[in-house]
Design a protein around this ligand. Structure first.
Ligand code: SF4
Length: 85
């Protein structure tokens, strides 16, 4: 797991953020050897059922709306009306 894949991660800048639960400063893409017991998968296009055909750059197609369009797998989706887990 990576911190920025967790719903409890708060972004501070391009390399680090804060855990909303522990208040610890963490690096955005730091791989954890032992997964955090409080890890909650964040809503992102990449884990949405309406996300398809991702390429090697992490870009895929969104089929969640009337008109299909491209999106990044890493795009935050906590406010998207089309998000489906
Ligand atoms: S429906 Fe929303 S969350 Fe799902 S892939 Fe499309 S834009 Fe992303």
């Amino acid at each position: 797991m990576r911190h920025y894949d967790c719903k409890n991660y708060i972004n501070l800048d391009c390399e680090k953020g804060m855990c909303a639960l522990s208040k610890a400063i963490v690096f955005i893409d730091e791989e954890q050897q032992d997964p955090c017991a409080k890890f909650v998968l964040a809503e992102k296009c990449g884990v949405c059922k309406n996300f398809q055909s991702m390429d090697t750059q992490g870009i895929g197609q969104c089929i969640g709306f009337e008109k299909e369009n491209w999106t990044y797998a890493s795009c935050g989706a906590s406010t998207c009306k089309g998000y489906m887990s």
